[in-house]
Write a protein that binds this ligand. Structure first.
Ligand code: F6R
Length: 606
């Protein structure tokens, strides 16, 4: 989850590293730190609890200089949020920053008798101490011996006092990307930051050692053999011209959706039919499986639930959606006839990654839907569909979610076609409706001030319930997550028919209810369920397909009419409306919309 950075070159490293940490801050933002190495090898550290801006002020007050250094922005796991627990950690001649978790750190402390000299409560400092324990002048030997002792996940960026101007890196699971930059070389925990400095990069292979020097990067396997990196190109727009005039990245990213959905869909429509030729996905993968199983977390899992509803109704194939974090521990059932679809914006979510490995071990074919190129989940899967959402900086996912939905629509369309549920005519009609999604989304976004007005009515709510049926229920699960994560209002989504099996007991006149009604065949049932909560005093905010007749007997707190599409596609405009609702509540509460408390964008710990 934490963000790490390393640079060596001819430029002054301090400002560069702090700037890079600002971009990386979405990976964790409870503390930050930097270590710079002077030409005599001595290392100076500045670190503090708080945001990168606090680190910047600290560095301005207590200037340190150097052309080689490492930096870190933290999401606390072991050890609370404090100056002392912030990275970098220094032990003897070793200074490092760490992303991941060293699971056996307590055993290591005992085994190497480290307790006395440890300054922090972190597992990361223990990694530094173990490296120092094995260090006798040869960094490579120390790294090789130490990593054999570390259990868990780690991306380590390391300075050795006797090797000024060199940054060493090694990893297991947690990602590191590396590139040559102007006047030197750089590593980072993701391409969002590295892409600001270079278009060419490689993913550090697990259990390999990278040696970053002013004049380039060397890569070695664990036996010390030099190996050639596999170079990749950053192919998304990493121009960080900022928030595009919006107060928060989240609003910018919501507004980008028509474009990025079109970018995801268009290259995958051939002759009017969904087609995965550009992804190298053979039709046999879609035609031959007996069932589908999605593994994902959070918002990505919610995308999977929409996918399940689509697949089951259009393709009539059995599909399960599993929380990746539970999948292995509930002995998930997959076999050679299962297509496992892993959905992940970052492609680094550890649970999703482990679920993919488990699925492959059990013989399943794996297909990843990932936004970040070259990410671990993509590399671990047999096939990958990259969504073209571009960098998503706000912690709360919006455009990544709807482009995941777009990919799932495409898959549904192609699968229905190759398995014979759709003839050519139906496949073309399906694709044509999908191509209309960006315009329908745009219409919702153009009316965002109406949703802003509606949002004001729930600013002070303690709880907000959401209700819907079928596809509407699937997207409300996501709408409710969005609201709680950025507004801190407790919110739950319920399948409308379920409320009276218990939860309706919580409905009072102080409980606003958000209802989404977009499915023709469920319309009248929905309105009956809404009446049930209205009779218990709840004020209802209704998001409804514009062509549906209004229930005149009910009085609504607010009504927002969604542009009409075929029922199966209504989730797209409705999702945009729910994202805006959550966004405006958070904005008007004066919260840090892009960096909600306790969260981080990339979840690389279990
Ligand atoms: C919520 C959100 C998270 C992520 C989840 C999985 O807005 O973004 O729930 O969806 O942490 O992350 P990825 O998609 O990177 O695997």
């Amino acid at each position: 989850m934490c963000g790490i950075i390393g640079y060596t070159g001819i430029e002054e490293a301090g400002d560069m590293i702090v700037d890079a940490l600002e971009i990386l801050e979405y990976r964790g933002y409870d503390s930050a730190g930097i270590a710079l190495c002077r030409t005599d090898g001595s290392v100076r550290i500045r670190k503090c609890a708080g945001r990168v801006k606090d680190l910047r002020s600290l560095c301005q007050r207590e200037d340190i200089r150097g052309t080689c250094g490492i930096g870190h922005t933290r999401w606390a796991t072991h050890g609370g949020v404090s100056d002392g627990n912030a990275h970098p950690h220094q032990y003897g001649k070793v200074t490092l920053v760490h992303n991941g978790i060293i699971e056996n750190y307590r055993d290591l402390v005992r085994k190497y008798d480290l307790q006395e000299r440890l300054q922090s409560q972190t597992d990361s400092e223990v990694a530094a101490a173990v490296l120092d324990h094995f260090y006798n002048g040869d960094p490579f030997a120390a790294i090789r011996k130490a990593v054999l002792k570390l259990k868990g996940t780690f991306a380590l960026s390391i300075l050795f006092e006797d090797f000024p101007g060199i940054v060493f890196a090694v990893r297991n699971v947690s990602p590191i990307v590396i590139g040559n930059v102007r006047g030197g070389s750089m590593l980072a925990s993701d391409v969002t930051v590295l892409g600001q400095y270079t278009r060419e990069y490689f993913v550090l292979p697990e259990f390999h050692v990278a040696v970053l020097k002013k004049d380039g990067v060397e890569l070695y396997d664990m036996s010390g053999e030099a190996t050639e990196p596999e170079w990749l190109t950053v192919d998304w727009d990493v121009d960080r011209s900022g928030k595009g005039g919006y107060p928060f990245y989240m609003e910018k990213e919501i507004m980008e959706q028509p474009k990025v959905i079109a970018d995801t869909v268009r290259p995958r429509i051939c002759g009017g039919i969904p087609d995965f030729t550009i992804d190298g996905i053979p039709d046999s993968l879609l035609a031959d499986c007996r069932r589908i199983c999605v593994v994902a977390c959070g918002t990505a899992m919610h995308a999977g639930l929409v996918g399940k509803a689509l697949m089951q109704s259009f393709v009539r194939i059995h599909m399960d959606v599993e929380l990746a974090s539970e999948f292995m521990y509930t002995d998930g059932i997959v076999d050679e006839e299962t297509l496992v679809i892993a959905i992940s914006q970052s492609g680094e979510t550890i649970d999703t990654l482990e679920a993919v490995k488990y699925a492959r071990k059990h013989g399943a074919k794996t297909l990843a839907i990932v936004n970040v190129r070259g990410a671990s989940v993509a590399l671990a899967s047999d096939y990958v569909i990259y969504t073209n959402a571009g960098p998503e900086i706000a912690v709360a996912s919006t455009k990544a979610y709807t482009t995941q939905l777009a990919a799932l629509y495409l898959l549904t369309g192609r699968m229905a076609y190759v398995r014979g549920s759709f003839g050519e005519k139906e496949a073309k009609a399906f694709a044509a409706e999908l191509m209309r999604v960006p315009e329908a989304m745009r219409q919702v976004l153009d009316r965002r001030e109406e949703i802003h007005y509606i949002a004001r009515s729930i600013l002070n709510a303690k709880d907000v319930f959401m209700m819907g049926r079928g596809l509407d229920y699937s997207i409300l699960l996501e709408g409710s997550l969005k609201l709680k994560e950025i507004s801190y209002i407790h919110s739950e989504a319920y399948a409308s028919g379920e409320l009276k099996h218990g939860t309706i007991a919580l409905i009072t006149e102080d409980t606003p209810v958000v209802a989404v009604v977009t499915q023709s065949r469920l319309q009248s049932k929905e309105f009956s369920n809404i009446k049930e909560v209205q009779s218990r005093g709840a004020g209802v905010i209704l998001f409804m397909k514009e062509t549906f007749g209004m229930d005149k007997e009910s009085s609504w707190n607010s009504v927002f009419k969604l542009p009409a599409m075929e029922d199966g596609f209504m989730v797209m405009p409705a999702s945009a409306a729910l994202q805006l609702l959550a966004y405006y509540v958070s904005l008007d509460k004066g919260l840090d919309v892009d960096k909600p408390r306790n969260l981080a964008k990339v979840v690389t710990v279990e």
